[in-house]
Write a protein that binds this ligand. Structure first.
Ligand SMILES: Cc1cc2nc3c(=O)[nH]c(=O)nc-3n(C[C@H](O)[C@H](O)[C@H](O)COP(=O)(O)OP(=O)(O)OC[C@H]3O[C@@H](n4cnc5c(N)ncnc54)[C@H](O)[C@@H]3O)c2cc1C
Length: 379
């Protein structure tokens, strides 16, 4: 019997994979399932254009999960009847001045060294593909394989298939305490009182380190990293934008434009260290609009549909924390930071494989919770 703490996309995906392997699973969610970071997300699946120097191992993991997404999306849609909005137009990262072009050239060299699927294209080619982008566009990096999904639809679909497969989801029923005795998980306290479990998967997003009862050394070092978002509605007959488009780096922060099905366009985002605060601020919105308007000026005419903020589960090295802890029966699946939607299928498979075989996938090994444990001093 396995308890999953946290009903976000990570907890629910892990729970669904565990059900498929025949385990009895209960997911505990303190609020409504899927309304945490997973609801706030832009849903980009973008390991190629997000690759940064120093993150080579992470890129391998992200690419592996990207490969898993088409089958993951297809089986979710088939089994749930919910369209998860998987789109394959690709992603553009645009340059609007000479400095931006230099930066893209540098990034492109690094990406080619890693063998990533990224092409350098000139401004004219960008405008052929996206005619409403700022006419001053000089160039872009184009990744054909950085796709996207509707994260809210995906989380609804995973919730449905998990429950249809016989999984138990307890909403508005937080885990108040994980009970550990003699270095071994024995159960959890929740709204139901005590219930015994042989295994617990900790997937409580940025709250994961605060769950009571965890031995001090097992608390994953995650923290909330706030991101604000805006949704506007494209009411025209010709879509304003079809690819995911990233604006150039600016002092006021990053900008991305993510067109969803049916004319909804997401604009993001901020990256803020504000604890668990999820207020939407004038400054946050201004920075997003400033960046995105520079890329796609016609945005200024579109009606605003929704604004929100969410909390990415950030870790000290910006990479996920996936693997068994030193406490028997406690598996950690958190810290997915800005890639939790992309990493959902990989994380789910790695957790289910581990529960079945006792072995952690080689690609996940560099991301085990053990990497944050203090090393023994040499004797
Ligand atoms: C603005 C923004 C944009 C993003 N864009 C992207 C993107 O484009 N692509 C991408 O791959 N990722 C993106 N991310 C990151 C991604 O959303 C997260 O990495 C991912 O959703 C993390 O999923 P999770 O299930 O770990 O966390 P959450 O979705 O936050 O789920 C954790 C759940 O645990 C519950 N919980 C907490 N404590 C307890 C407890 N004690 N008992 C029971 N339940 C508990 C919470 O209520 C919550 O529902 C974005 C994030 C933000 C905020």
């Amino acid at each position: 019997m396995i308890a999953v703490v946290g009903g976000g996309l990570i907890g629910l995906s892990v729970a669904w994979y565990l059900r498929q392997r025949g385990f009895d699973v209960v997911v505990y969610e303190k609020n409504s399932a899927g309304r945490g970071a997973s609801w706030a997300s832009a849903g980009m699946l973008a390991p190629n254009l997000e690759a940064e120097p120093g993150e080579e191992n992470l890129v391998k993991l992200l690419l592996e999960s990207l490969k898993m997404w088409p089958a993951f999306a297809q089986s979710l849609e088939k089994q749930s009847g919910i369209d998860v909005g998987y789109r394959t137009e690709g992603t553009l990262s645009v340059a609007l001045n000479r400095d931006d072009v230099q930066r893209l050239r540098f990034q492109h060299r690094f990406m080619k060294e890693l063998g990533l699927d990224v092409e350098f294209i000139d401004g004219e080619t960008v405008l052929e593909q996206e005619p409403f982008i700022n006419r001053n566009v000089q160039a872009a990096l184009h990744s054909r394989s950085d796709h996207q999904v509707d994260a809210r639809q995906a989380v609804e679909a995973v919730k449905k298939v998990f429950m249809d497969s016989g999984g138990v989801l307890k909403e508005r029923c937080g885990v108040a305490k994980v009970v550990v005795e003699d270095g071994m998980v024995v159960g959890v306290f929740s709204c139901e009182g005590f219930r015994s479990f042989e295994n617990v998967v900790l997937a409580a997003g940025p709250w994961s380190r605060h769950v009571d009862g965890l031995p001090e050394q097992e608390r994953p070092p995650v923290r909330p990293v706030k991101g604000q978002m805006i949704a506007v509605r494209d009411t025209g007959t010709t879509p304003l934008v079809q690819h995911v488009v990233w604006g150039p780096q600016r002092p006021w922060g990053p900008c991305y434009i993510v067109p969803k099905r049916g004319g909804r366009i997401l604009l993001g985002t901020t990256v803020e260290e504000k604890g668990f605060d999820v207020s939407v601020t004038a400054g946050g919105l201004m920075n997003i609009l400033r960046g995105c308007w520079e890329v796609l000026p016609a945005l200024s005419e579109l009606p605003v549909e929704e604004v929100w903020a969410g909390l990415r589960p950030g870790s000290p090295d910006d990479a996920p924390i996936i693997g068994p802890s030193s406490t028997k029966g406690l598996f950690i699946a958190t810290g997915h930071f800005r890639n939790g939607i992309l990493l959902a299928p990989f994380t789910a498979k790695a957790a289910a494989d581990y529960m079945e075989t006792g072995k952690l996938d080689d690609l996940a090994k560099p991301f085990s919770p053990q990497r944050f444990k203090p090393r023994d001093e040499p004797g």
